[in-house]
Design a protein around this ligand. Sequence first.
Ligand code: ATP
Ligand code: MG
Length: 645
Amino acid sequence: MVLKEVYNPHTESAFDQYKTEHASSIADPESYWGQKALENLDWFSPFDAVLQGSFTDGSVAWFVNGKMNACYNAVDRHVDTKGSQVALLWEGDEPGDTKSYTYTQLLARVCQIANAMKAEGVKKGDVVTVYLPMMPEVTMVMLACARIGAVHSVIFAGFSADAIAERIAASQSKWVFTSDEGLRGGKRLPLKNICDNAMNKEICINVVSKCFVFERTGGKCNWSDSRDVKFGALADSQRPYCPCETMDSEDNLFILYTSGSTGRPKGVVHTVGGYCLYAMETCKNSFGLKDGDVFACVADAGWITGHSYIVYGPLLNGVTSFMFESTPMYPDEGRYWDCVERHKINVFYTAPTAIRSLMRFGDTAPNKYDLSSLRVLGTVGEPINPEAWRWYYEVVGREKCSVVDTYWQTETGGHVITNYPGVTPMKPGSCTLPCFGIEAVVLDSQTGKEIEGNDVEGVLAIKQPWPGVTRTCLGDHERYLNVYMKPYPGYYFPGDGCRRDKDGYIWITGRVDDVLNVSGHRIGTAEVESALVAHPSVSQAAVIGFPHDIKGQGICCYCTLTYGHEESEDLVKELRNAVRVAIGPFATPDLIVPTPSLPMTRSGKIMRRILRKIAAGETDTLGDVGTLGDPSVVQKLIDKVETLQ
Ligand code: ATP
Ligand code: MG
């Protein structure tokens, strides 16, 4: 099938309207966001100023002195008009094991959990660690924290005891939520025992007061009578109403660690007012939400994607949020589409890595199901290569759905660059144009000057504050300034490189640290990876540079092969040629390493910094591997590269 450059399921008038609204949102952000905040959020008392402070000294504050509560906005205020509508629709590990909670029921349960937390001594401002599987309680606990003013710190329930301990200690978190076990893909995970190992570590001694344990499987786990609380039963005994704490707009709502793709994870802090407004607005605009929608974000709640688009975004908008406990491959590769059919999902949001791995099984699975409820498909986390985009659009979306390629980060709180469905003409592989309120610019990486015009390349930066931008790194404002604010003074710097094409569309070329410089040519890793994945034998590719005597940097490509394709010299030649043809002879790979798997973060991103070290032979300084999904792939790759070099 031919890949078109532009896909047009939109109307010109909608696109013109976007351009007008975007221009006015960046010309006068204070009146734009001030009005949105008054229209869309319920305030206990109004704010005195819309925006205060600047990027330069990292002092940004939104809706100054405004008082509100995130849980009230996400749940309580919908009960009068939508009390009997499903707020949370949960599908467990086994197909068809479902639970649903209406807004009225969700409010009652969140209140019981909040009251139980208060009964145990949790206070406003306390940090509550949440190490829970994808059971409904993870959403409820986050909302209960927001209700009583506690700050949630959710840790993806795949992390090791060391990673948990580090996060508990860093935030001095007295309270920890977990469950007896987790259940994923038919396997049980001993979450409570892992949590115990974390809490018993030296750095956590005298930090944790209580561990609140929900029952997920009823399986056996360690128990300490003095520390552990059977939390489900405690919540059952509570009154189903709990008043909302009055929170300042700039009080902390949560702490969340980044994926750790580029180094030690950063404890990103988000605050109540700005974050809520931004999660709500981006969820509405980027997915073209309609009343009554069933919105499915199949990320884990432990990532920002889960925070903004499972919990806060959909509920603030009063739609039905679908929550998924299992994996895309369980019991088979049709599981997502089975869920879409049974739950009549309207918006489906996942990551390129999931799309690529499902694509390699072919079209049979998606073709088996009725996917006619789908209206919008979204992707997030990495650049999506056009080949995978096409499959998503044509096979899953049946050429009827918009595919939104949402570019953003833990630190941005919500999307910052994406097409809007039915509004922006789509180009496969480009995240397209900035969201309302976002002034995206391309800077010269050396001089820091803005590059004007189109058909240009440089680093991406955002020129003025938006409500969802993170306010600090936990306990380390210096790091916050150094990473985001100081590299290009006056701008927020996300750390990604980009190209602005002839139509003004943004293409993320990869992390700035990853851009290749081969004999003076700057080459984006994403481009080389797309060329490789376009070959039928390659399912995932990771491209990195390594020191090269003549060229400065050589190009090393790690490729996982699709089923039925074997590693051979001919194949390596073919792949090398595919890159030459797609990009140019200057981009010819020096080394192609076929591999059964790649080092991925637990959020499913390729960890290029480790691949870089392996290709450079610096295997004794691999850095933090704590967020790796499967650490054993590292040694296999080291051995493999040694034999090839
Ligand atoms: P760390 O900051 O610890 O290295 P991380 O950057 O992977 O980890 P996240 O906040 O989860 O942590 O990911 C944000 C990054 O993911 C972005 O900076 C960008 O590099 C990449 N990304 C996210 N969405 C897209 C997208 N649609 N297109 C291209 N890249 C994307
Ligand atoms: Mg990052």
